[in-house]
Design a protein around this ligand. Structure first.
Ligand code: AMP
Length: 284
């Protein structure tokens, strides 16, 4: 496994791989790897002849007062894990390498960036899209892999790729969960023992939505009330940014279940001082 820190070196490597007829699978991450990341690496290993993973905690997707500085980092551990998984190249640039001192250009997918997590974290998806487009330009992959855990991010990136005619395929992998249902996330590390135990309420609520729909409830405002009540009575839940029902493709809000055969239930909940997101697609 090779670690590449410079944009020019990554570009040269990617060009050489393409000239050698390799297919490049790309897994962008912020590091502090867990099974969720590894599931994407394994998909890429299965489908492509070379796998590039980036590890870059992207400063411009964090708002003021968010957790950029304290975001968990352990590059050496990440390298050991990646090597074992068969990653071929880790692209690990510095912020200086990516943005320099005079950075001015940003990409925004309108509308979709202003709802759900975008409403709670203004500028977040602009930062995500900008870094992902830069990484796509640098790594030039055939296929890029994203997790369904960050469902809104996945929809936004697919839209950016379509709208800007980017020459690559975006594929997604299902959310990997802990045994008790909590979606794996680097941020779970922030949780105290008590909070970690209580954080399962998020998955419980997503399952409750499915249960109520399967029982025949069609009024999503009633389901939402029940779910919000359940969340609020949990002593570790300090804030609910949103709990939304949306069309899984367009992310348009859905109020009543009618013609929709699939519905996205998505939420962002603060457990103590940690913001966690999760979602579930309910098919009926
Ligand atoms: P991150 O390092 O959190 O930016 O995540 C890097 C990639 O891993 C993104 O495409 C995420 O959606 C994906 N990912 C993070 N957590 C999970 C999970 N629990 N299951 C599946 N994919 C995940």
């Amino acid at each position: 496994m090779e670690i590449i820190e410079k944009i020019e070196d990554m570009r040269n490597k990617s060009r050489a791989l393409r000239e050698a007829n390799e297919t490049i699978g790309f897994v962008p991450t912020m590091g502090y790897l867990h099974e969720g990341h590894l599931s994407l690496i394994r998909m890429a290993k299965n489908e492509c002849s070379k796998v590039v993973m980036s590890i870059f905690v992207n400063p411009i997707q964090f708002g003021p007062g968010e957790d950029f500085e304290r975001y968990p980092r352990d590059f050496e551990r990440d390298c050991r894990i990646s090597e074992k998984e068969g990653v071929d190249y880790i692209f690990h640039p510095s912020s200086q390498e990516m943005y320099g001192e005079d950075y001015l250009t940003f990409v925004e997918v309108e509308k979709l960036s202003g709802i759900m997590c975008g409403a709670a974290r203004p500028g977040h998806f602009k930062g995500v899209c900008t870094v992902v487009l830069k990484l796509f330009n640098i790594v030039n992959p055939h296929v890029a892999y994203f997790g369904e855990k960050d469902y809104q991010q996945l929809v936004i990136i697919k839209k950016m790729v379509k709208d800007l005619n980017l020459p690559l395929l975006v594929k997604s992998g299902p959310t990997v969960r802990e045994k008790d249902g909590l979606a794996m996330s680097s941020r779970n590390k922030y949780l105290s023992r008590e909070e970690r135990k209580n954080a399962t309420v998020i998955y419980t609520c997503l399952n409750l939505v499915q249960e109520l729909i399967y029982k025949g409830e069609r009024d999503l405002s009633k389901i939402k009330k029940e779910v919000l009540d359940r969340l609020k009575e949990n002593e570790s839940v300090s804030k609910i940014d949103y709990f939304d029902f949306r069309d899984p493709e367009s992310l348009d809000e859905i109020e009543m279940i009618g013609k929709h055969g699939r519905i996205l239930a998505a939420t962002a909940v603060w457990i103590g001082s940690t913001r966690l997101i999760d979602n579930k697609i309910i098919e009926f």
